[in-house]
Design a protein around this ligand. Structure first.
Ligand SMILES: [Cu+2]
Length: 479
């Protein structure tokens, strides 16, 4: 483990001077955009001081005792470019261990990079260091804790932040001309100024809170010029809640998914985002000037059975509002092309993963992949770097499970045997109860162990995770 250069005492002393900014940031190292919640790389590098905290935190016009990065929910947005060196001095002021995962980034899963097997004990520090590859796509990524057994709790209490890679998509003229808005969708459960502990059934189902926030606010308003474009960059940072989004009076033009740009805009009437998923949509402000609501429509992520049914909201819930008044003389057009999504090479092998759940004596409900709960000492799947595989993910349970693979993005080939029309980079895909998804993934660059798991984080903590080893040579075996 590489330790930060500064002792904890020094770090706190520096942080105290900036307490008014709400971020535990050192003045020396910080490169700051005009918005204090955004940290932008300069000259090929970024240095970030990030502190995990527990205490009173502003949320939706009130204060609640939450876990956070730097006292804000969500944490600061980190923005980098391909080729940048990232140095993140992480300090854990929580009363329990934690760590960091950089969700969706193609960086090493080992060392002090995106290594979910690291543990930062309470009161300790760790410096994360990695380089964003020159070939890394632009996209909306994020960071959150990933210490098995504590992930759902720590994320539910507020530990989430955006990690944005700027690049080619940002330079598409029509995209660059749009007004950019980030939307971190996250629910909370607050009672008496704190988050009550969840019950066992709440954990098994995946915890949903009644306070639904967008960037830590309730029903924010976004203004856009009439005739202009809105570029809405969405993240589902909830542990279990799904968002089925519909914008009143406007279609959504999908231009990017988890792993970056599509080839061209794809018109949607509504957009379903499972936990962990991201999407970028363009909205044309071409209706009558007015006030339009972004709705979260009912969606049931259970299919009967003991645990199934009754999830989310029974009625549409307003999430945010789009407001436009004055009108441009010439409306902004949509882009014709937004990127290139290369085809993956020839298939080397195919595997099957079955998602399920069962009761275990003394443990209660557990969630499984191929009948097994997570074991940190077991390599479940060995793949060879430089190869392409197809993974069939079958959900035999009664709850939907969003399947997430670390380190290497994938493309969806088919859902329930039906070929997928849209070619897009994903790292998290919804596998509905009773459904099957076929995905294709190329393993590139980084040897070592990483994980795949359900992104209903309660399910991950209850066992629905496996270890994949990326190997440079030797026979691929296992699952
Ligand atoms: Cu799940």
């Amino acid at each position: 483990m590489t330790k930060a250069k500064h002792s904890r005492r020094t770090f706190l002393a520096m942080g105290a001077g900036l307490a008014g900014l709400g971020l535990g940031l050192s003045a020396r190292a910080q490169t700051r955009a005009p918005d204090a919640d955004v940290l932008v790389s300069r000259g090929g590098a970024i240095e970030v001081d990030l502190e995990a905290r527990f205490g009173p935190t502003p949320l939706a016009g009130q204060s609640a005792r939450l876990f956070s990065y730097g006292g804000r929910v969500p944490g600061p947005r980190i923005e980098v470019r391909p080729g940048d060196e990232v140095t993140l001095r992480f300090s854990n002021a929580l009363p329990e261990p934690t760590n960091l995962h950089f969700h969706g980034l193609h960086v090493p899963p080992t060392g002090n990079a995106d290594n979910v097997f690291l543990e930062v004990p309470a009161g300790e520090e760790l410096t994360y260091r990695f380089k964003i590859p020159e070939s890394h796509p632009a996209g909306t990524f994020w960071y959150h804790p990933h210490l098995h057994g504590l992930v759902a709790k720590q994320v539910f209490l507020g530990m989430v932040g955006l990690f944005v890679v700027r690049g080619e998509l940002d330079q598409v003229p029509e995209v660059a001309a749009a007004r950019e808005v980030f939307a971190v969708l996250k629910d909370f459960q607050i009672a008496g100024g704190r988050v009550p502990p969840p019950g066992p059934m709440e954990l098994a189902r995946g915890r949903e809170g009644s306070l639904v926030t967008v960037n830590g606010e309730v029903e924010p308003e976004w203004s856009v010029e009439g005739g202009g474009l809105l570029r809405l960059r969405l993240l589902n940072a909830s542990t279990a809640r799904f968002y089925r989004l519909k914008l009143e009076g406007h279609p959504l033009y999908l231009i990017a998914t988890d792993g970056g740009a599509l080839e061209e805009p794809y018109e949607l009437d509504e957009l379903l985002l499972a936990p962990g998923e991201r999407a970028e949509v363009l909205v044309r402000a071409d209706r009558e000037p007015g006030h339009y609501t972004l709705w979260n429509l009912p969606y049931d992520r259970g299919r009967g059975g003991m645990m199934g049914g009754g999830f989310g909201d029974a009625r549409p819930r307003a999430l945010a509002h789009l407001v436009y008044s004055c009108r441009r003389r010439t409306p902004l057009p949509l882009p014709e092309r937004t990127g290139r999504v290369r085809e993956l090479g020839a298939l080397v092998r195919r595997r099957r993963f079955v998602l399920g759940h069962s009761m275990q004596p003394g443990r209660g409900m557990v969630f499984t992949i191929n009948g097994q709960v997570f074991n940190p000492r077991r390599i479940d799947t060995r793949v060879r770097l430089g190869t392409v595989e197809e993974w069939e993910i079958a959900n035999l349970g009664v709850l939907d499970h969003p399947f997430h693979l670390h380190t290497n993005p994938f493309q969806i080939v088919a859902r329930d045997g039906r070929p997928e029309r849209l070619r897009a980079w994903k790292d998290t895909v919804l596998v509905p109860a009773g459904g099957t998804v076929l995905l294709r993934v190329g393993f590139a660059d980084y040897p070592g162990n990483a994980v795949y798991h359900c992104h209903i984080l309660e399910h991950e903590d209850l066992g629905m995770m496996g270890i994949v080893r990326f190997e440079t040579s030797g026979g691929a075996s296992g699952t």
